[in-house]
Design a protein around this ligand. Structure first.
Ligand SMILES: *Cc1c(COP(=O)(O)O)cnc(C)c1O
Length: 390
């Protein structure tokens, strides 16, 4: 038994990353300097999207994208219950109401059939959503062509929550290229695929949307002559055109992010290797490995298993505690958002999204990060075997 703690996720920082940040510290700009456009180009370029807008964190990108798409009071945003709270909170920041579409029991992604059924019902009731946020949970893409087709039919906008998915693909299209959406939101929190400390980015192919999101990033303020309402009073002049925020990223963060982007390919490949190794090593145990949609390649932010609770004599909690006691930093992603007390206050209750709740009762997230070794995977397997047997 190893004494060291194996976390579920961990950043991978090398000397080039450190040098990139130091270079910014010695430069003229700590924020709003040249590292921001460099990072924006790196991410948008990788994804194959026309525009990238870097922001303070992923949550800010979801908020601004929803607002820039016109979401406001009286509107609805739909997302998946199996996500980080940010995907849903973004709608509430805009004053909109939030609702959920239950997940597919296999992939744990927003289920297109359930989405369609809910849209048919909502059309009758006059409660169609303005924005839908499909979450590429664990790194695997939702069925975007189908969700996009439903968006065309029912008139909603789409923001992909791609916080887990940088480096992944669907039907040969890189996640984040917005082939089937209005915008995609990325996060650079240290546990995510690449990190900038804190940070986020919107990718989009819609120039006007990109402009509006960039406006919201800095208080709704512009200095562009063609956009201002009045004649300029002089070189100091700017105008606030709408109520925005201070959601800027610093150049320190952008330099780190841009440097990390040079290793995205290697990170993604190592994550795929670890996932394949887990699949092989866990075969035959009383659990389900993540279901893979053969149309895509996952970004593999998370590797989550589902315990076969009928076959084992333990609860999920007992298995989880045993693994933690062994120094395995297991986690659970996610507590369904509608079960959060703050969402229950809005009228959501247990039983409303049964597939999400069933998944939650069985799920454990195993460690997954690029610097994990094959021996680490074996250590997780052995600990899991002991925990399941006892
Ligand atoms: C991390 C995450 C976010 C938000 O990212 P932050 O950068 O932490 O604000 C949004 N959605 C999902 C699914 C995430 O995992």
């Amino acid at each position: 038994m190893s004494a060291s703690f194996l976390p579920y996720g961990r950043q991978s920082i090398d000397e080039a990353d450190i040098a990139a940040v130091i270079e910014v510290l010695k430069s003229d700009f700590l924020t709003q300097g040249p590292a921001i456009p460099r990072f924006e180009k790196a991410v948008a370029g990788w994804c194959g999207a026309q525009q990238g807008i870097a922001m303070a964190n992923g949550t800010a990108t979801l908020h601004c994208a929803a607002k820039a798409l016109g979401l406001g009071h009286g509107d609805l945003l739909w997302t998946s219950p199996i996500t980080f709270v940010a995907s849903a909170n973004a709608g509430r920041y805009c004053g909109a109401k939030v609702d959920f579409v239950d997940v597919d029991p296999g992939t744990v992604l927003m289920c297109p059939q359930r989405l369609e059924a809910k849209l048919i019902q909502a059309e009758k009731e006059g409660t169609l959503p303005k924005v839908v946020v499909p979450v590429h949970f664990a790194g695997q893409s939702c069925d975007m062509p189908r969700i996009h087709a439903l968006g065309q039919k029912y008139g909603f906008k789409i923001i992909e929550d791609a916080a887990h998915a940088l480096g992944g693909e669907f039907e040969g299209e890189r996640i984040g290229n917005c082939r089937w959406s209005d915008a995609a939101s990325h996060s650079f929190h240290p546990v995510k695929i690449v990190t900038s400390g804190e940070g986020g980015m919107i990718t989009t192919n819609d120039d006007e949307l990109a402009w509006r999101i960039a406006l919201l990033r800095t208080h709704g303020i512009t200095r562009e002559a063609g956009r201002m309402v009045n004649e300029s009073h002089g070189g100091w002049y700017y105008e606030q055109l709408e109520l925005g925020f201070n959601y800027r990223m610093t150049d320190l963060q952008a330099a780190l992010g841009a440097s990390q982007m040079t290793r995205l390919e290697a990170f993604a490949q190592r994550r795929r290797e670890i996932a394949d190794l887990y699949d092989r090593e866990l075969a035959g145990l009383p659990l389900r490995a993540p279901a893979r949609d053969p149309r895509g390649i996952s970004g593999w932010h998370l590797y989550m298993i589902r315990l076969n609770l009928k076959e084992i004599r333990h609860t999920r909690r007992e298995v989880f505690d045993k693994l933690r006691a062994d120094g395995i930093g297991v986690n659970v992603h996610y507590i369904p958002v509608h079960l959060q007390p703050d969402y229950q206050k809005l009228g959501f209750a247990k039983g409303m999204f049964p597939e999400s709740e069933r998944y939650y009762d069985e799920a454990i997230t195993l460690p997954m990060f690029p610097s994990m070794t094959d021996e680490d995977v074996i250590r997780v397997r052995d600990s899991l075997k002991r925990a399941l047997k006892l």
